[in-house]
Design a protein around this ligand. Sequence first.
Ligand code: NAI
Ligand code: MG
Length: 489
Amino acid sequence: MAIASVTGTKTIDHYINGQFVPSAGGEYFEDLNPATGECIARVAAGNAQDVDAAVSAGKKAVESGPWARMPVADRARILRKIADLILANRRELAVAESNDTGKPISESFEGDIPRSAQNFHFFADFVSSIAEECYSPANNERHLVVREPSGVCGLITPWNLPLYLETWKIAPCLATGSSCVLKPAEWTPHTAFLLAKITKEAGLPDGVFNIVNGFGPNAAGEALTRHPDVRSISFTGETGTGKAIMAAASTTLKKLSFELGGKGANIIFEDADLDEAIPVAVRAAFRNQGEICLAGSRLFVHEKVYKQVVEELARRVAAIKVGNPLDESTQMGAIISKEQLEKVQHYIEIGKSDGKLISGGTRLKEFPEGNFLSPALICDISEESRVCREEIFGPVLPVIPFSSEEEVVAMANATPYGLSCSVWSRDANRLHRVTRDIKCGIVWANCWFARDLRTPFGGQKASGVGREGGKYALDFFSELKTISYRYKD
Ligand code: NAI
Ligand code: MG
């Protein structure tokens, strides 16, 4: 059985100074549909020359264009227009996102695309209402703290939530009056390409938003991190890539904001509401094929309810519908690439020898060309297994028993990561202690994935450097300046 490709073959060029431009070196690479293995686009492979052209356009837009000095209300109007156009083109964007990533259309249409519009709506409102500080230590003194655009910002993003994570950076960056050069993940360039057309239609001045496609090391990504006119780099991706970017950026002293890997613990205590905790645990592990940095990718269950929870999990995991991403009823689609599929399968092999594979981990026979894998549930496994400590970024859930609060906190903190965690209990004092003692950036009590865009988003330990979201993102994409006045009475 074959899945029909909807997009067809097209060319995705760079977007520089308001124009689509071919790759300076004439090089292109193939973008594959993970569900069919077909090439759906040829994509410009950017090099240092392309990055230089995009950065120059961004610099000119901030230094001599209207954007940086535009009244905030006018900038916000353009951001709102971008959001409205994303919603107006929701179906086309959702199909493009699903063809590129392999994720279910319901996930793109109900999740990624409206959430991308929300990023623009949110920052348009937020930047319009944010207060500036003023201190008055004496009658005749005022110390004002003002935000100025930081200049050209480099935005480097991953393939798992392409448009959502791109707009999570673009919206606050543009809200400050800065300009940007986006380097989308090489596997998923489609929705950024469509967004470029949307920004043009919304009236965003040329040069404010630029895209250079291509790869990371020794290519577009690295050139951006080394460019002397790029003031800041906001990066989401692997921890190892974050280290490489920090090293490359050091020679030009850039501001850095990193959202890196995760290995989120999901902890179910014996007094939890299991009717709520179990379905959410399944969703937290397998949503978006498990390719979410905030995934609850290791589940700790108190020994008193372990057997009961594992039985219910097994029933629910076996019922997950895996298949054609463009089918509305599909719950889990294809894994992004053959390499990622092999990585996930390798961890499942480790899981089989360190624990017991209850179900899943098999390829779909109906779609041999697609990177489909049924969701894998592994029980009776020690927290010390590599499956429980390393980021897999795929549909694999190890379930680990525990006997005490102290033990489970120590186990949850035993990975190098510290992005997110969920805790399920009816005991408020216990929730207080555990949420305090877990070392990570976001802790959910009796929920998962609850977000408010005003809160800081980011990780502790190997999960990140800095925070984005709300005021934290505006601070990052701005230069804060203190202007002190002394008056004569
Ligand atoms: P990746 O780190 O391989 O690539 C991310 C981006 O960095 C891509 O655009 C890539 O081209 C670029 N890149 C790679 N090497 C570079 C270099 N030396 N210099 C400059 N740019 C470079 O990550 P991938 O595989 O695309 O995404 C999966 C990873 O992202 C997972 O580890 C996941 O945990 C993490 N992630 C983290 C999130 C968070 O918010 N903390 C959210 C989503 C994903
Ligand atoms: Mg792709």
